[in-house]
Design a protein around this ligand. Sequence first.
Ligand code: EPU
Length: 335
Amino acid sequence: MTLEIQEQVDLTPYNSFGVSQTAAYFADIQDPGDLRQAREFAGSKRLSVMVLGQGSNTLFIKDYPGLVLYMNNRGTEKLPGAGLLRVAAGESWHDLVKFCLKNSLYGIENLALIPGTVGAAPIQNIGAYGVELEQFFVELEAFDLKTGEIRHMSKADCQFAYRDSIFKQDPGQKLVVLSVTLQLALEFAPQLGYAGLAAALAGREVTSKGIFDAVCAIRSSKLPDPKQIGNAGSFFKNPVISRAKLASLRESYPELPAWDTEDPELVKVPAAWLLDQKGWKGRQRGGAAVHENHALVLVNRDNASGEDVVLLAQDMSSSVLQSFGIALQTEVWIV
Ligand code: EPU
């Protein structure tokens, strides 16, 4: 089948911020054959190429002059080997969580309601409520836009870290995730490390459905639904600082929360808490605003442009740098 490549496509429905920018070229990708054709097309016109899933972690600040690949391949396959699933990149992550719940496959119930596709999950090693994707990751298949070959990448190849992977570190690699293979558990073992989750379940029998429901309830109470108001979840990563820096900050801010990391010398502090001290919740700039319930979430309140969002984000990070001497890093991919 010949791949249809559209021109001058409005990206509003393809990014969860709902900003209106245009892609010069746009292709709906259903299988590796489509990617081969897209690669030839981009090569012949010398176009840059970018990959979109549900656009839930992407902020467009300009029109995109190249070819957008909208990953729309589908399928969830049980592989030989108990609890092993191969899932196409274009599947919705939350649908996969529900599929696992139904099929008594355990582990990812803590990752309910995370927006985005399965293919996007390894890019930033999605995580929430004490669980990260890498715990279940076995391998992925990726189409290499440089060579046109399909590669199999192991967990080590992907170099997962907090909201990070090889796919973010070397954009020149141009790898398009086609499918992700995960190992789920056959026996339920609740992961209640996140204090708010344990509190929500206190006094009840803990089941995977119970965790799923509690996570959905916590997320819905704090994080705005992108279908109702444009946003991309946390806009910044939680910064990692030294214990010495934490001690000096706590002289002025004794309440500053902090969590241990794998490195005993380093701790993670909540960016939302730092922003909250500076009174950012609810503030607006142009059409962009900080969510009323969570200082880490920027929303498209009133026809915001990508630039409105970025200008607001810059003011927020400057204020944190000035007051705490901490440079925030964006979590959202700015295009
Ligand atoms: N807090 C404030 N003010 C606020 C919001 C939170 O002071 O406006 C404080 C809370 O009291 C809490 C701390 O900040 O002590 C952390 O808040 P929360 O539990 O809401 O989590 P977070 O650190 O802001 C991270 C992830 C979320 C994930 C939650 C739950 C990052 C960048 N964000 O948020 O992921 O759902 O933990 O595990 O790591 C995302 O990546 O888009 C995302 C939403």
